[in-house]
Design a protein around this ligand. Structure first.
Ligand SMILES: *Cc1c(COP(=O)(O)O)cnc(C)c1O
Length: 402
């Protein structure tokens, strides 16, 4: 791993945290190594490996108000560490990539949409994307933006691209788990002069690298598998274009959707187990999906990692891991409620990507075009046989009307 003690402190203070190509987590290392080391400062005698959160609103700032650290809404060294780590995970081969952290995934999603689009522009959104992103469409329309929508499956957004300013993709989509061809759509968007953003929440940077597939922005909720413990909200935007980064950064400062230092630190700390967690989740999700194929009461079973899934061929071509979410439909609402109520180890909860299994009947929120019995199941890092056993006993209980 090299002699960390002799290196200079390469901490990139202030600016959108560009990451060094070399160092323990840069260059040609594996995902687990990168997850453990990314964004940590070089080892220094008597210092912790990951410096604690810096709680600050005003820095001591004599004279001219120039950085690296001016005011707590503008910059924070704890963000810098996390941002550098995420930039390395999203774009390990691109030292120009930079990441900006936000208070939540929606803070990041709205930062890209609202900073890049003006009145009179057109935006292409997936009609099946995360429902709060779709809620933002109404706000955009009220600002004089034309919003065009088509489903993720079959690259149906393709015919809507001409004349658009921004094309928003979400692949795999939440909650339907459809996949689009990011490279194909990004090429078409660029040929038409449009920017491309991909919501990478479900895949995570260890599952898919949107920038390498041609996107201008990779946007994510780190609330889910990236931080993975179900105990914080955070979001981020990664881009390789310094001007785009600067405009998103200015938006963050203007709107103030900044992460707390404690959340940023916890997210960075959690990255050390990121590869371990997503590998185990993907293994468990596939085991659950395969087991569920035997159950006659289960229909519309979806998992992009399942070889029989309609998305599998495309997902295999652009993804390296298929995520923690398995979805399926039970006969009706009451049946799904009985199933969820009978689960012993799996918490009935929204969100996904946590170390513990969670599941919910997605239609309870309204807003998604899913059947009343549609279940979104997020697989944790427990033992696969325990997860399958819990699901099967709950299915049996639901079938017996318990
Ligand atoms: C959860 C989620 C978001 C929003 O993230 P928050 O951290 O909850 O604000 C955005 N996109 C997708 C795909 C999500 O699943």
């Amino acid at each position: 791993m090299g002699d960390g003690h002799s290196r200079e402190d390469g901490h990139t203070a202030g600016g959108p945290a560009a990451h060094p190509a070399a160092g323990p987590a840069g260059g040609d290392v594996g995902d687990s190594t990168r997850s453990v080391h990314a964004g940590r400062p070089p080892a220094r005698a008597y210092e912790p490996s990951l410096p604690g959160p810096v709680f600050v609103s005003h820095y001591h700032l004599p004279g001219e108000p120039v950085g690296p650290y001016t005011y707590g809404r503008d910059d924070n060294p704890t963000w810098d560490g996390l941002e550098s780590a995420i930039a390395q995970l999203e774009a390990p081969d691109d030292p120009d990539a930079s990441t900006l952290a936000f208070a939540s995934g929606m803070g990041a999603v709205s930062a890209v949409l609202l900073s890049q689009v003006s009145s009179g522009d057109a935006v292409v959104l997936p009609s099946d994307c995360y429902q709060t992103t779709r809620a933002l469409a109404d706000r955009l329309r009220s600002y004089g933006v034309e919003v065009r929508m088509a489903p993720t499956a079959g690259d149906a957004q393709l015919p809507l691209i001409d004349g658009a300013r921004l094309v928003w993709l979400e692949s795999p989509s939440n909650p339907d788990l459809d996949v689009c061809d990011i490279r194909r759509l990004a090429d078409a968007a660029h040929a038409a002069g449009a920017l491309v953003a991909v919501d990478n929440t479900l895949a995570t940077p260890l599952g898919q690298r949107p920038l390498a597939l041609g996107a201008d922005f990779s946007v994510s909720s780190g609330t889910k598998a990236l931080s993975g413990h179900g105990d914080l909200l955070i979001g981020y935007v990664t881009t390789r274009d310094p001007e785009l980064a600067a405009s998103v950064r200015l938006w963050r400062k203007t709107i103030g959707a900044i992460p707390g230092p404690m959340e940023a630190w916890l997210a960075h700390r959690s990255l050390a187990t990121f590869a371990l967690r997503v590998d185990r989740q993907a293994e468990n999700a596939l085991a659950l999906a395969e087991a569920l194929r035997e159950r006659p009461e289960v229909s519309e079973l979806r998992y992009p990692g399942l070889p029989t899934d309609p998305s599998h061929a495309l997902a295999s071509a652009q993804m390296r891991r298929f995520g923690s979410v398995v979805s399926f439909t039970l006969p009706d609402q009451a049946y799904a409620e009985r199933f969820l109520g009978a689960l012993r180890m799996t918490a009935e909860a929204t969100s996904f990507g946590s170390v513990q299994c969670t599941a919910e009947r997605r239609a309870r929120w309204g807003g998604d075009a899913v059947a009343p019995g549609f279940v979104r199941f997020s697989v944790g890092v427990e033992d696969a046989r325990d997860i399958v056993a819990d699901v099967f006993q709950a299915l049996d209980a639901a079938a017996a009307g318990e």
